[in-house]
Write a protein that binds this ligand. Structure first.
Ligand code: ADP
Length: 479
C-alpha cells in the first residue's frame, strides 16, 4: 500500500476534526436557537392575546372593538368568539381552516396537514353578563422556516468550508514541514556523496523574515547543522592526523629499508642473521606500502589527489600488470597460473599510475586469496564507450556478510585465512580500487561464492579522446 505522507495525514486529521466540531457546534446552536425562537413566539402570542383585551369594550349594550384588533402584529392573528364558539370578529391566518374547541388559558400546538399552529384562547369578561373568547393563532411552521433556511444555507456552505479548511491546512502543513523535507534531502545527499560539507541552511535565511518564528523543526535543523559542523571538524582532524602520521613515518621506514639493504650486502653475515634482517626488511616493506596507501587515501579525502589522465593503451598496461603478478607469484613459489583474455588495443583516458595500482591490487588479492595451484583470469574488453575489466579467481571466496564491507578501510574478512605469501594486507587496497574507479567516472563490483572464488569487475568510460583518436585513425587509413 502506498505510504501516506505526514502532510496528508495531518490535513486529513484536522479536516476531520474541523467537520466534527463544526457539525456539533451547528447542531447545538440550532437546537438551542430553535427552542429559543419557539418559546419567544409562544410568549409573543400570549402577550398579544392578553393585550388585545384592551381593544374590546361594551358601550350601550353593544360590543365595540378597536381596529387594532384586526391588524396582524408579530404574525399573531386575533379572532373573537362568543361562548357558543360563534365567530364574532377578527382574522384567521391563511390555511388555518379548522375550528378547535376553546380551551381557556391553554397554549396548544395544533397540526393541520403539513402545517403547525400555536393557538391560545383567553376568556374576557366584557360586562357582568357577557363573556367573549379571544383566540390568537400564529404559525409554528413560519417561525421554523427562517431556521430551515439557515440550516440549508449552512449545509450548502459546509462542503465548501471543508474544502477551504483542507486546502489551507494542507498548505500550512506543507510550509511547516518544508524544513523536514530539507533535512531529509540533505541527509540523503550526505549519504550519497559522503560530503559532510553540506548543510540544511535554514539559519542562512534568518534575515529573510520567513523564519522569524523559530519553531521546533527549525531548532532541529539548526542542531543538525551544528552537529554536522562538529562531525566535519572531527573528520578533518582525523584526516589531517592520518596524513601527518603517514608523512612522519615515511622517513624512518625508508631509513630502516635502506639500512636493511646495506646490512644484507655484508658477506660476513651468518645465515641466521641474514634471515632475521630479511624478515625486518619484509615487514618494513609492508609498512612502507601501508603508509603509501594511507597517504593516497588521505590525499584523496582532502581532494588533493589529482588525476593525470592521458590516452593510454589499457590492453598493454593490463597485460603488463598480470605478467608482473605472475612473476611475483612464481618467485614466491606459488603454483598458480594467471590467464589473460585481453582484447587488444583498448584505449581510454586514464591515469597510468592509478590504473596500474587498481589492477595490481585486484590481481594481488586474487593471488593472495587463491589456493596454491589455482587459476586466475584477467580479462579486458570494450563496448559502447566503456572499458570493462574483470579479475576472477578460484580462491577462498567472500562470505555474504563480508561482501558489502570489503570496500571499507581496514576491513579484512578473516585475517587468519589470508595467504601472506605476497605483499602486505592492511585492508586498504579495495578502498583505493573503489576510489580510483570512481575518480575515473567508473565503478567496481564483486560477486563471490565462498569456497569457489570471487570475480571483481570494473568499468570506466573510454572518454572523449576516443572519437578524436578514431577520427585520426580513419584519416590516417585514408591517406
Ligand atoms: P587486504 O589488504 O586485506 O587484501 P583489501 O582492501 O584489498 O585488503 O581487501 C579487503 C578484504 O576483502 C580482504 O581482507 C579479504 O578478506 C577480502 N578480499 C579481497 N579480495 C579477495 C579475493 N580475491 N578473494 C577473497 N577475499 C578477498
Amino acid at each position: 500500500m502506498r505510504r501516506i505522507s505526514l502532510k496528508l495525514k495531518l490535513t486529513l486529521l484536522y479536516t476531520f476534526f474541523m467537520i466534527l466540531v463544526t457539525c456539533a457546534a451547528l447542531a447545538i446552536l440550532f437546537s438551542l436557537s430553535t427552542r429559543e425562537v419557539l418559546s419567544s413566539t409562544q410568549a409573543q402570542l400570549e402577550k398579544r392575546v392578553q393585550d388585545s383585551a384592551d381593544n374590546i369594550t361594551m358601550r350601550d349594550g353593544e360590543l365595540r372593538i378597536d381596529s387594532d384588533f384586526y391588524s396582524v402584529t408579530r404574525d399573531v392573528y386575533l379572532s373573537l368568539y362568543d361562548e357558543n364558539l360563534y365567530f364574532l370578529y377578527g382574522r384567521k391566518p391563511y390555511g388555518f381552516d379548522i375550528q378547535p374547541e376553546i380551551e381557556d388559558g391553554q397554549l396548544r400546538t395544533i397540526r393541520d396537514g403539513s402545517r403547525e399552529w400555536y393557538v391560545y384562547d383567553m376568556s374576557f369578561r366584557v360586562s357582568e353578563d357577557y363573556t367573549v373568547y379571544i383566540r390568537g393563532v400564529t404559525s409554528v411552521t413560519d417561525a421554523e422556516a427562517s431556521f430551515t433556511v439557515t440550516i440549508r444555507f449552512a449545509l450548502i456552505l459546509l462542503p465548501g468550508m471543508v474544502l477551504v479548511t483542507a486546502f489551507v491546512g494542507y498548505r500550512f502543513t506543507r510550509r511547516t514541514l518544508l524544513p523536514v523535507k530539507k533535512i531529509t534531502r540533505t541527509v540523503q545527499e550526505i549519504r550519497a556523496d559522503a560530503d559532510l560539507s553540506r548543510r540544511i541552511g535554514l539559519t542562512e535565511q534568518k534575515g529573510s523574515g520567513k523564519n522569524r518564528n523559530r519553531d521546533e523543526v527549525y531548532e532541529l535543523a539548526e542542531t543538525f547543522d551544528e552537529m554536522l559542523d562538529e562531525l566535519e571538524e572531527v573528520f578533518q582532524r582525523e584526516k589531517q592526523f592520518t596524513s601527518d602520521v603517514s608523512h612522519e613515518l615515511r622517513t624512518p621506514v625508508s631509513v630502516i629499508l635502506a639500512q636493511c639493504g646495506a646490512c644484507l650486502e655484508d658477506e660476513t653475515l651468518s645465515p641466521q642473521q641474514r634471515e632475521q634482517i630479511m624478515v625486518i626488511e619484509k615487514k618494513a616493506g609492508d609498512m612502507a606500502e601501508m603508509i603509501s596507501h594511507l597517504l593516497f587515501l588521505s590525499r584523496a579525502d582532502q581532494g588533493r589527489q589529482p588525476l593525470h589522465k592521458e590516452w593510454l593503451n589499457l590492453s598493454e598496461l593490463t597485460q603488463m600488470a598480470a605478467e608482473e603478478q605472475q612473476f611475483l607469484a612464481d618467485d614466491a613459489g606459488r603454483g598458480l597460473q594467471i590467464h589473460c583474455e585481453i582484447q587488444p588495443d583498448i584505449h581510454a583516458m586514464a591515469d597510468e599510475t592509478f590504473y596500474i595500482r587498481m589492477l595490481v591490487n585486484l590481481i594481488s588479492n586474487a593471488v593472495a586469496y587463491s589456493n596454491e595451484k589455482g587459476n586466475i583470469y584477467v580479462s579486458l574488453s570494450s563496448s559502447g564507450g566503456w572499458v570493462n575489466g574483470a579479475v576472477k579467481d578460484e580462491g577462498i571466496g567472500i562470505s555474504e556478510e563480508d561482501l558489502p564491507h570489503i570496500w571499507e578501510r581496514f576491513y579484512r574478512a578473516d585475517a587468519s585465512r589470508t595467504n601472506r605469501a605476497q605483499g602486505s594486507h592492511s585492508g586498504l587496497g579495495l578502498s583505493m580500487v573503489k576510489w580510483i574507479a570512481e575518480a575515473h567516472g567508473g565503478r567496481v563490483s564483486v560477486t563471490s561464492v565462498p569456497g569457489k572464488g570471487s570475480t571483481f569487475t570494473f568499468s570506466m568510460p573510454v572518454g572523449e579522446e576516443e572519437n578524436i583518436k578514431n577520427e585520426k585513425d580513419e584519416k590516417n587509413e585514408k591517406f
